[in-house]
Design a binder for this molecule. Structure first.
Ligand code: AMP
Length: 503
């Protein structure tokens, strides 16, 4: 054993002339070419003073060079933290300060704005653009294209991923070499990836979904990726016939469904569509099947744990559920104290397995709150496991609304609203209320061309919902606020409607 992750993901391809990255509009990159670039960046990391265990922050646009720097960090034993390009310099300052990053790589155009926060955090700052230019690329260019891979054990830290948490301070999830590798192995097998696949990759690579789930599977299987800078429905439709598999967030699927060119012919060469990171509406699942003949495979995971639960490749892919625990992952639905509840009852999902992270970077107390001594991670998601083991996510624990002392699970109300004629989707939240503590509020998006009347929605709900679950206010809006991973930003809605019932 030399380097647990590098040896499994990259080393087997060292001299392979096969294509690794298909770059529409650019020159495709072979595995060998990619790994030569990686080795030069590994040398450049050392030249910049980074030793094994040091932290490297990257805030650069998705590109082959960004991916090569990440591979280089793994090869050189450096811990990497990829940051969303949308973060402001102040936010980046927090991350690099918290992580104690030794070097920050950023697009050349942002160097001026980032210089003060890098200096305050004591981090070096170098430029790297998506097109492979910048001071860091210049430093790497003349360096050797092989590198003596650094020794790393399975439990050594590979990455720090700051969770996108919508409340409180962001926490750095510590992911070890084996957290990443064990999960990639399970997923490659479960979803039957081989070197005959071509993965359409339109997800960002600062997040677990695009970085670890998608990329590590492609590397393990040895298949090429059509590597797109971002999701663009037009471009994805144009490239679909060259791919065999795609991974996406639910918005990818709803946007593609909005295009009349999506039909069975377009997806004739595809064998798999995976969805995750946010709930896929059962209706989207069904519409996709009707239009394309494919059942989307929905899976469930998070930054801290990688993937935990997935619909089966071979068995029933059940709309509205996230499927069954993945091999090697234990899943329990528990009460607040961690005692397992009987099947069919709603509780907090807890997971344990080699995929579960090592804890939060320099936050032992936070780690103790969420990671039990016996290794179970308290996800904070509410779910229910059916008698046959299929898991349905009911919402986030913090989204639970308690109105007049009664628990209201937003998902139950949302499902009901979403099924009403003329409704595209909805978000149900709790806002402060002088009598009830919290009041249920529904934010509803109409379908294109449909006109929704609050009164009709109210009457329809009155039929099927207990009074305490019925929204005390309904807001009709053209769209819901979402973050880059397609998650509805309920915190933003709660903030916006906070004063609704305040006198
Ligand atoms: P992140 O750490 O950014 O990947 O966010 C993880 C969170 O996304 C989970 O804790 C869930 O709340 C949510 N999530 C991920 N996949 C799904 C899914 N298939 N259905 C519902 N929620 C999901």
């Amino acid at each position: 054993m030399r380097n647990h992750l590098y040896d499994a993901l990259f080393d087997p391809h060292a001299v392979s002339e096969r294509t690794f990255l298909i770059l529409p509009g650019g020159t495709d990159l072979s595995y060998r070419g990619f790994l030569a670039l990686t080795a030069r960046y590994s040398h450049a990391l050392r030249a910049a003073g980074l030793q094994p265990g040091d932290r490297l922050a990257l805030q650069i646009e998705k590109s082959p060079d960004m991916l090569a720097v990440i591979a280089a960090a793994i090869q050189a034993g450096v811990v990497f933290l990829p940051l969303n390009p949308a973060y402001t310099p102040t936010e980046v300052g927090y991350f690099i300060g918290d992580a104690g990053a030794k070097l920050l790589l950023a697009d050349v155009a942002s160097l001026g704005a980032l210089a003060p926060v890098a200096e305050a955090a004591g981090a070096g700052l170098m430029g790297l653009n998506a097109d492979g230019s910048g001071s860091f690329a210049d430093a790497a260019r003349a360096l050797p294209d092989t590198f003596p891979t650094e020794l790393r054990a399975p439990g050594d830290l590979a990455a720090l991923l700051y969770t996108s948490g919508t409340t409180g301070r962001s926490k750095g999830a510590m992911l070890s070499h084996d957290n990443l590798l064990s999960n990639a192995r399970v997923l490659t097998e479960a979803w039957r990836f081989t070197d005959r696949d071509v993965l359409l990759h339109a997800l960002p690579i600062f997040h677990t979904h695009g970085l670890f789930v998608a990329t590590n599977i492609a590397l393990l299987a040895g298949c090429p990726m059509i590597f797109l800078p971002k999701f663009d429905a037009e471009q994805v439709i144009g490239l679909m016939q060259r791919a065999t598999a795609m991974m996406g967030v639910p918005t990818f699927y709803t946007r593609l469904l909005a295009d009349p060119r999506l039909d069975r012919t377009l997806v004739a060469g595809m064998r798999l569509f995976v969805s995750g990171s946010a709930p896929l509406l059962a209706e989207t699942h069904r519409e996709w099947q009707a239009r394309t003949g494919h059942m989307i495979l929905e899976r469930y995971g998070m930054t801290e744990t990688n993937m935990n639960i997935s619909n089966p490749y071979g068995g029933e892919r059940r709309a509205g559920t996230v499927g069954l625990p993945l091999p090697g992952v234990e899943v329990k639905v528990c009460d607040g104290a961690g005692a397992e509840l009987p099947r069919g009852e709603v509780g907090v999902i807890e997971v344990r397995g080699p995929n579960v992270f090592q804890g939060y970077w320099q936050m032992p107390e936070k780690t103790r709150e969420e990671l039990r001594a016996d290794g179970f991670f308290i996800t904070g998601d509410l779910g229910v496991m059916g008698a046959d083991g299929y898991v349905t996510i009911v919402g986030r624990g913090k989204d639970l609304v308690i109105s007049g002392g009664f628990n209201v699970y937003p998902k139950e109300v949302e499902d009901l609203i979403d099924a009403l004629p003329g409704v595209l989707e909805s978000a149900v939240i709790g806002v402060p209320h002088p009598d009830f503590g919290e009041a249920v509020v529904a934010v509803v998006v109409p379908r294109k061309g449909a006109v929704l009347k609050e009164e009709d929605l109210r009457m329809a709900m009155a039929r099927d919902l207990a009074k305490f679950k019925q929204p005390k206010h309904i807001e009709i809006v053209p769209e819901l606020p979402r973050n880059t991973m397609g998650k509805v930003q309920k915190a933003l809605l709660r903030e916006r409607l906070r004063e609704l019932f305040q006198r």
